[in-house]
Ligand binder design. Structure first.
Ligand code: NAI
Length: 676
C-alpha cells in the first residue's frame, strides 16, 4: 500500500514493494544541512517508520545539489558552553543510533555533496549507494572548522573503511569522488545517475551482508597496535600543522587511540566530549568565523544581475597572462591584447601548462586553450563584459590606453585597471566617463591567490563597483571592496611587517629566526621568505608607494642586493639562495621560539591593520579581517588581525609603546587602538 507522510524537512513515502523512502528536503533552502530541528524531525520520522515495519528504508535527498552538505554551522555560534555542546551532539548521535538500530535494511542513496554530518547520516545506514559522476563528493571537511565528526562518523567510518583510509579522510578534510569512495569501502555500490533510484531499491530489497573493513585494517585497531599507529599519525599530522594552533586533528587521533572506534556507547560519548571541547575552543570559533567571512565575500558578488561571459585582457605579462589563463580555465571566452604577438604567445604557452596541471583531461585542456584568443588590435573590446588593463606600471601608457579603450567599450561593461600604485582618480581623469573606471587588483601568482581587491576611486560609480564585485566572484575569486589609497589594503598591512623583518635582519638577526618567529605565530610563510617570493625589487616599489603612509626606509643592504640583481626567488638569490623553487635555509640559525621577535614582526602588522580600519580603507572590521586572511594568509585560527587585536587591545597597545621606546617611532600605536 502506498502511504505518504510529510514533515517540514522530511518527506516520507512507502511504495508498493514495502520500501519506505525518506527524503531530506530542508525547508526554505536549496542545500540540505543538519540542524537541531532537522534532527528532531528525523527522530519522529524514524519512530513512524519503526511503527510501520517496512521491508526496507532508503534515505535520500530531494535537493538537486546533493544529499547534505553538513551540520548547520549557524548553530555552532550559538553554543554557550561545552556542556550545552555535548548535549546537542549527544542528542544528534542518538537519532542516528535509532536509524542504525532499525531492524530492516537501510540504504543511503547519495548524489552531489555528501559532506560532514551528511556523510555521518549515510554511515548510520547499513548500505550506501552513490551516483557515479564527478559531482558526487563524499568527505569530512570538519577539520577545516577546527572540529572532527561528531555524529558517530569518526567511529563508523573506521569500521567500514579501515583506520588508514578513514583517518586520511578526516585528518585532511579532502573529499572523495564516488568511484574512489567505492574503492575505499565507504560506498557499497555505484549506479549511473539515472539508474540510482532503481538500483537503490534493488539493494534495499535484496541486501548482501554488510561490508566490513579488511582484516588487516581491523588488526591495526587492536590495543597492542593502536599506540604505534596513533604515533605515526601524530607525526604525519605534526609535519603539517601545529597542535597548539590546530588541535582538532590531534584530538581525532587521541580519540581513536582511546576508543579503537569500537561501536559502543562509551566510544560515542567520548566522541561527543572531544568535539564539544573543540567546538567551544578558540580555534574552532575563529575558523567558523573565517567560514562566515568567506561567505560574506562571496555574497558581495551577488548584488547585481551582471553576467560575465567575455573577458578582454590588455597586457600579456606576468599578471595579464595569468588572469587570462585563470578566466579561460573557468569557462570564459578570453581575448588577449599586447604590443607584439610573441608576448601573447608566450603567455598562452604558460597558460597551457596551467591548464594541463589544473584540468588534467585532454579534452578540457583543448577547450580551455580554444577559449583563449589573441587580439592585438583590441577587436573584442566592444563585445567584452570586462576589460582588464594589466600593462606596465606607467601612468602615461595607461592613460593613453584607457582613453582609447573607453571609446570602444560596451554599455554596462566593466573597465578595470590592475594598477598597484597609480591613484585611480588620476587614471580616470583622461576618460570621458571617469565613473566607469574601477581597480581589480589581483595578486601574484594569480592562479594561487584567492583574493582580488576591488578598488573604488573617488570617481567610481556604485554600479561599476557592483559589477566588478560580481565579475570577480564569477571568476571564482573572493572580492573585497577597498578604497583607492596607497597600497590598498593587502600591501599596506604587509609592508610594515616585512619592513620590520628587514630591519631586524639589518641588525644582524638571522633570516631563519625571523621566519621561524612568524611561523610560530601562525603565518603560512615567514617575512623573509615572503619578501624573496614577492621580489625585493617589487618590495621597493611598494615601499616607494607607501613612503608617506608607512615611514620606514628599506635597509641599505637590501638596496645592494637589488642593484646586484639579487631580487629573490625569481633570480635564484635574494635574502636567501633559492634552489628548485625553495629557499635554502640553515635550520640551526632558526633558534628557539622567540616571542620578543614575534612581537617585533606581528605588532606592526596589527598596528597598520588598526590604522587602515580607522582610515576607512575598507568598510568594516570584518572586511579587513577577511582581506588579511585571504590576501596575506594571516593566521586563520586567530580570526583576523582586528578580531585578534580586539581581544588584547590594552595589552597590545602597551606592547607597541614599549617597542617604540626600544626600536623607534615606527612602532608607536595608532590612534585607532582607542576606538577598537
Ligand atoms: P609585465 O611587465 O610582466 O607585463 C606587462 C605587459 O604589458 C607586457 O607584456 C607589455 O608588452 C604589455 N604592454 C605594455 N604596454 C602596452 C600597451 N600599450 N598595450 C598593450 N600591451 C602593453 O607587468 P606585470 O607584472 O604583469 O604588471 C602589470 C600590471 O599589474 C602593472 O600595473 C602592475 O603594477 C600590476 N600588478 C603587478 C603585480 C606583480 O606582482 N607583478 C601584482 C599586482 C598588480
Amino acid at each position: 500500500m502506498n502511504t505518504k507522510t510529510d514533515f517540514q524537512h522530511w518527506k516520507m513515502e512507502t511504495d508498493d514493494s514495502g520500501i519506505a523512502w525518506l527524503g531530506f528536503d530542508l525547508a526554505e533552502s536549496h542545500t540540505n544541512t543538519l540542524g537541531s530541528a532537522v534532527m528532531r524531525e528525523l527522530s519522529q520520522a524514524l519512530d513512524t517508520i519503526a511503527g510501520g515495519s517496512p521491508r526496507a528504508v532508503v534515505v535520500h535527498s530531494l535537493k538537486k545539489n546533493g544529499f547534505a552538505a553538513g551540520a548547520d554551522i549557524n548553530e555552532f555560534t550559538k553554543l554557550e558552553n561545552e556542556s550545552q555542546a555535548f548535549e546537542m551532539i549527544r542528542s544528534g548521535q542518538k537519532v542516528l543510533d535509532k536509524l542504525e538500530a532499525l531492524p530492516c535494511p537501510t540504504v543511503a542513496m547519495l548524489h552531489g555533496f555528501v559532506l560532514g554530518g551528511g556523510l555521518e547520516l549515510a554511515l548510520a545506514c547499513r548500505y550506501r549507494i552513490a551516483a557515479d559522476d564527478a559531482r558526487t563528493q563524499l568527505g569530512f571537511p570538519e577539520v577545516k572548522l577546527g572540529i572532527h565528526p561528531g555524529f558517530g562518523g569518526s567511529i563508523r567510518s573506521v569500521n567500514v573503511m579501515g583506520v588508514t583510509a578513514a583517518m586520511k579522510l578526516m585528518l585532511t578534510g579532502r573529499s572523495l569522488k564516488a568511484s574512489k569512495a567505492h574503492g575505499q569501502g565507504l560506498v557499497d555500490r555505484l549506479a549511473k545517475p539515472d539508474k540510482l533510484k532503481e538500483q537503490a531499491a534493488k539493494l534495499a530489497l535484496s541486501p548482501p551482508s554488510p561490508a566490513k573493513a579488511p582484516m588487516m585494517q581491523r588488526l591495526l585497531g587492536t590495543a597492542v597496535l593502536r599506540p604505534l599507529i596513533a604515533g605515526q599519525l601524530r607525526k604525519q599530522t605534526a609535519a603539517k600543522v601545529r597542535k597548539q594552533h590546530y588541535p582538532a586533528p590531534f584530538a581525532m587521533i587521541d580519540l581513536w587511540q582511546a576508543t579503537g572506534a569500537r561501536p559502543v556507547q562509551a566510544s560515542y560519548e567520548a566522541e561527543a566530549h572531544s568535539i564539544a571541547r573543540l567546538m567551544c575552543g578558540e580555534t574552532a570559533r575563529n575558523l567558523v568565523r573565517v567560514f562566515f567571512l568567506q561567505n560574506r565575500l562571496k555574497s558581495l558578488g551577488r548584488k547585481t544581475e551582471f553576467k560575465l561571459r567575455r573577458v578582454h585582457v590588455i597586457g600579456a605579462g606576468t599578471m595579464g597572462g595569468d588572469i587570462a589563463a585563470w578566466c579561460a580555465s573557468r569557462g570564459f571566452e578570453v581575448s588577449v591584447q599586447d604590443q607584439k604577438a610573441e608576448y601573447v604567445e608566450k603567455a598562452f604557452a604558460r597558460a597551457r601548462k596551467y591548464f594541463a596541471k589544473r584540468l588534467k583531461d585532454e579534452k578540457k585542456i583543448e577547450e580551455a586553450a580554444a577559449r583563449l584568443k589573441m587580439d592585438l588590435d583590441g577587436d573584442n573590446i566592444a563585445g567584452a563584459d570586462v576589460v582588464i588593463e594589466a600593462i606596465i606600471e606607467n601612468r602615461e601608457a595607461k592613460t593613453t590606453l584607457l582613453r582609447e579603450v573607453e571609446t570602444r567599450l560596451a554599455k554596462g561593461a566593466v573597465l578595470a585597471t590592475n594598477t598597484s600604485s597609480i591613484p585611480l582618480e588620476e587614471l580616470a581623469e583622461a576618460l570621458e566617463q571617469p565613473s566607469r573606471l574601477i581597480g581589480l587588483h589581483f595578486f601574484n601568482p594569480v592562479t594561487k591567490m584567492p583574493l582580488v581587491e576591488v578598488i573604488a576611486g573617488n570617481q567610481s560609480a556604485d554600479e561599476a563597483l557592483a559589477h566588478g564585485l560580481a565579475a570577480v566572484r564569477a571568476m571564482g575569486k573572493l572580492p573585497v571592496p577597498v578604497k583607492s589609497a596607497p597600497g590598498f589594503l593587502v600591501n599596506r598591512i604587509l609592508a610594515p611587517y616585512m619592513m620590520a623583518a628587514l630591519r631586524a635582519w639589518d641588525e644582524g638577526i638571522a633570516l631563519e629566526a625571523l621566519d621561524r618567529a612568524a611561523e610560530d605565530f601562525g603565518m603560512p610563510m615567514g617575512p623573509a621568505e615572503l619578501a624573496d617570493t614577492v621580489g625585493l625589487d617589487v618590495l621597493f616599489a611598494v615601499a616607494e608607494v607607501l613612503k608617506d603612509t608607512v615611514s620606514m626606509e628599506p635597509p641599505k643592504a637590501m638596496h645592494e642586493l637589488v642593484e646586484a640583481g639579487k631580487t629573490g626567488r625569481k633570480s635564484g638569490q635574494g635574502l636567501y639562495r633559492w634552489e628548485d623553487g625553495k629557499a635554502v635555509k640553515d635550520k640551526s640559525k632558526a633558534g628557539a621560539t622567540n616571542t620578543d621577535l614575534q612581537d617585533r614582526l606581528i605588532m606592526p602588522y596589527l598596528n597598520e591593520a588598526v590604522c587602515a580600519l580607522r582610515e576607512g580603507i575598507v568598510e568594516d572590521a570584518d572586511l579587513l579581517d577577511a582581506g588579511a586572511i585571504f590576501g596575506t594568509g594571516f593566521a586563520p585560527f586567530r580570526g583576523g588581525p582586528i578580531h585578534y587585536a580586539r581581544t588584547h587591545t590594552a595589552e597590545f597597545k602597551q606592547l607597541l609603546e614599549s617597542l617604540a621606546q626600544q626600536h623607534g617611532e615606527f612602532y608607536r600605536p595608532d590612534a585607532g587602538w582607542d576606538s577598537l
